[in-house]
Design a protein. Structure first.
Length: 135
């Protein structure tokens, strides 16, 4: 399988998914495309606790999570003043949730399953927009 590397340097990423296989797979993909440190959380609540003590350059969250879903997680992150680029992954999102998500700054929604090259390109777009001088 051919992988592409992330053009923008991303020192750290936080990945949230309640499926341990998905967590491992996303972590491996992020590492393979050049993310230096990947931290994993199996719930939105755990991720919010991690974010209290540490910042990240990218957050990747599943849309459907037990308890607090990905959009609720995103809204909590933004309410806390954190503008970290966030990529929301989903196989079948509901439209009202997507609308709520994309109204937030520095957010992109990406479908699952995905190809590594397309995933890498989506991360590049999101991180480059966030780090551009106009932001």
């Amino acid at each position: 399988m051919q992988t592409s590397t992330i053009m923008a340097t991303i020192p750290s990423a936080l990945v949230i998914d309640d499926d341990s296989e998905a967590l491992d797979a996303i972590s491996q993909v992020l590492t393979s495309v050049g993310v230096q440190t990947v931290c994993l959380a199996d719930s939105a609540e755990e991720a919010l606790e991690i974010l209290k003590n540490r910042g990240f350059h990218l957050i990747v969250a599943d849309y459907r999570l037990d308890g607090m879903d990905g959009v609720q997680f995103l809204e909590n992150v933004r309410a806390n003043g954190d503008q970290t680029p966030l990529l929301l992954l989903s196989g079948a999102p509901d439209k009202s949730g997507i609308i709520r998500a994309v109204k937030q700054p520095n957010v992109d929604v990406f479908g699952k399953p995905f190809r590594v090259a397309e995933f890498s390109e989506a991360i590049n777009r999101l991180v480059q927009v966030h780090s551009s001088p106009s932001q």
